[in-house]
Design a protein around this ligand. Sequence first.
Ligand code: ZN
Length: 241
Amino acid sequence: MRYGIIADIHANEIALEAVLRELKGVEGIVCLGDLVGYGPNPNECVQRIRKLCQPVLMGNHDLASIGRMDLDWFNEYARDALLWTSQVLTLENKRYLEGLPTKESFLDFEIVHGSLRSPTEEYITSTIEAKVSLRLLEKDVLFIGHTHVPSIFFEKDGRMYAERLQDKEEVSLGDGIKKIINVGSVGQPRDGDPRASFGILDTESNRVQIKRIPYDIDSVQRLMERENLPPYLIQRLSLGL
Ligand code: ZN
């Protein structure tokens, strides 16, 4: 069976719809958090994900948009977008976000937005942070988001490895090596490739594949301009940074 793994949608409905089209026919879709923040369509994204994804995790931007995380934690652009997001989110969607868990398991995997040590805060960007989460990991595989960079972290023969994952790259999950896999971001990729990023899990081959797909970035940027969202956040979408 095939499952979709998505993360960091960030209110980018056009990117989300492009990814959902690619995931047509899958058994289920897992969402690793940050449904909102940065982008122009927070309500649409929450409603779509609420209907289609299970489980869905809490991200730092989700927490901040419902007033559960200090805005000082964020840079000024993210903060401006979060203030706008918290103003436009409906009460019903805020209640849904409020109920999201910070840690879950899914099939035989653990899932979290940031890290096992600090689910909605810590970024796993290097082997240093990865090592801590690998120690806390009870199963063999942990799926994460948060950095917006598709990547893999693992320990082999006493050495730690951190590698970027490219479009169409596959990772074997059944080799007995404990690993952390970041599926990248649907709505705001930051690895220099502006295409939406997500993962497809195949339980028969026991592999996960990273996929990148183009979406209509211009239209998202126009929607962001209309809402007066910070120009820097608008520009970065075309660069994938
Ligand atoms: Zn994020």
